[in-house]
Design a protein around this ligand. Sequence first.
Ligand SMILES: [Zn+2]
Length: 105
Amino acid sequence: MTRVYSHPDPSITHLVQNALRSAGIDAVVQGERHGAAMGEVPPIAAWSEVWVGDGAALEAARAVVAEVTREPAETPSPWTCALCGETVEGQFGACWSCGNPQPEG
Ligand SMILES: [Zn+2]
């Protein structure tokens, strides 16, 4: 068995598990805690995990996991402010230093 995914929210790991089973891959969720145990253990210990069998299913499972957990949008690339020359992270529409708006295009 190999772990292909882990997440602190068991509903997310079950989402991945369901997607794997829909693809014909036998997946099991391990490590989830129930009810009162949440909050009493270090967060990392409460993470639930999705495990699949080794072999051919593993490659297929990784592809399914990548598809299910794919980020909805790519992170925009950084841009340089024309006024002050600062480098601004792509998700910001204006310069963090001087407030100059990002040029179109
Ligand atoms: Zn600027």
